[in-house]
Ligand binder design. Structure first.
Ligand code: AMP
Length: 285
């Protein structure tokens, strides 16, 4: 596996792959890799001749006061994991290499970005869209794999890809969880032991919502009340940033569950904010 730090070197290599007609699969990450990232790399490995992964803690997707500086980083460990997962090229640029000092261009999908995480992180998704656009232009992948853990990000990037005509096949990978159900996240290491003990309750609350839908409850308000009560009882150290029931494509609020519904939440602990979601569908009887 080759590690590339300079965008120009990656552009050059990607140009060669294009001329050779090679199918390139791409997995963008912020590093501090875990089994969730690995699963995306395996998906790409199974579908592409060449796999590129990136590790870049993208400053433009962090707002003021967010955890940009505290975000965990370990490139040596990431490189070993990426190599073992079958990655051919790991792109690990510096912020200075990715952004010119005078950079002034943003890529935005405001309609989808204002929901869910966008309400408390108003500039987050334009940072994501801008960096993913830049990465797509460098790597020119045939396909790119993103995790369903960041459901809103996936929906926004699908829209962006279609609207700007990148022509990349966007693949969504399922959420990988710890044995106790907590969704894997690079940020989990920043939970205190007590918070870590309560954090699986986030997924349990969403699973409760899924079970209520399966049992025929169609009133989203009643379900959300039950999940809130679960959080109050089992995740008292977490403060709910949002807990919503939305249409999985438009991300608009759903009051009545008459179609598949996404239950999505963000919960703040002392040093980290965790997100999770579950898609619930009524079972036709
Ligand atoms: P991040 O490094 O957190 O920016 O995530 C990089 C990619 O990995 C994104 O597409 C995430 O959605 C995905 N990802 C993060 N955590 C998980 C997980 N637990 N299961 C599946 N995919 C994940």
């Amino acid at each position: 596996m080759e590690i590339i730090k300079e965008p120009s070197a990656l552009r050059e290599l990607a140009g060669q792959w294009t001329r050779q007609g090679r199918t390139v699969g791409f997995v963008p990450t912020m590093g501090y890799l875990h089994a969730g990232h690995e699963s995306l790399m395996h998906l790409a490995r199974g579908r592409a001749e060449t796999v590129v992964a990136s590790v870049f803690v993208n400053p433009t997707q962090f707002g003021p006061g967010e955890d940009l500086d505290a975000y965990p980083r370990d490139l040596d460990r990431d490189a070993a994991m990426a190599k073992a997962a079958g990655v051919d090229v790991l792109f690990a640029p510096s912020p200075e290499a990715m952004y010119e000092p005078a950079a002034a261009t943003w890529v935005e999908v405001p309609t989808l970005a204002r929901h869910l995480c966008g309400a408390s992180r108003p500039t987050h998704f334009r940072g994501v869209c801008t960096v993913v656009s830049k990465l797509f232009l460098l790597v020119r992948p045939a396909l790119a794999v993103f995790g369903q853990k960041d459901w809103q990000q996936l929906a926004i990037l699908r829209r962006m890809n279609a609207d700007l005509g990148f022509g990349v096949e966007i693949v969504g990978g399922p959420i990988v969880r710890e044995a106790d159900g907590l969704a894997l996240s690079s940020r989990n290491v920043r939970l205190t032991p007590e918070e870590r003990g309560q954090a699986p309750g986030i997924n349990q609350g969403l699973a409760l919502a899924e079970a209520m839908v399966r049992d025929g409850e169609a009133d989203a308000g009643r379900i959300l009340d039950a999940v809130r009560a679960h959080y109050a009882a089992h995740v008292p150290l977490g403060e709910i940033d949002y807990l919503s029931c939305v249409d999985p494509d438009s991300l608009e609020t759903l009051e009545t569950i008459d179609r598949p519904a996404l239950f999505a939440t963000a919960v703040r602990f002392s040093a980290v904010r965790l997100i999770d979601n579950r898609l619930a569908a009524t079972v036709s009887r």
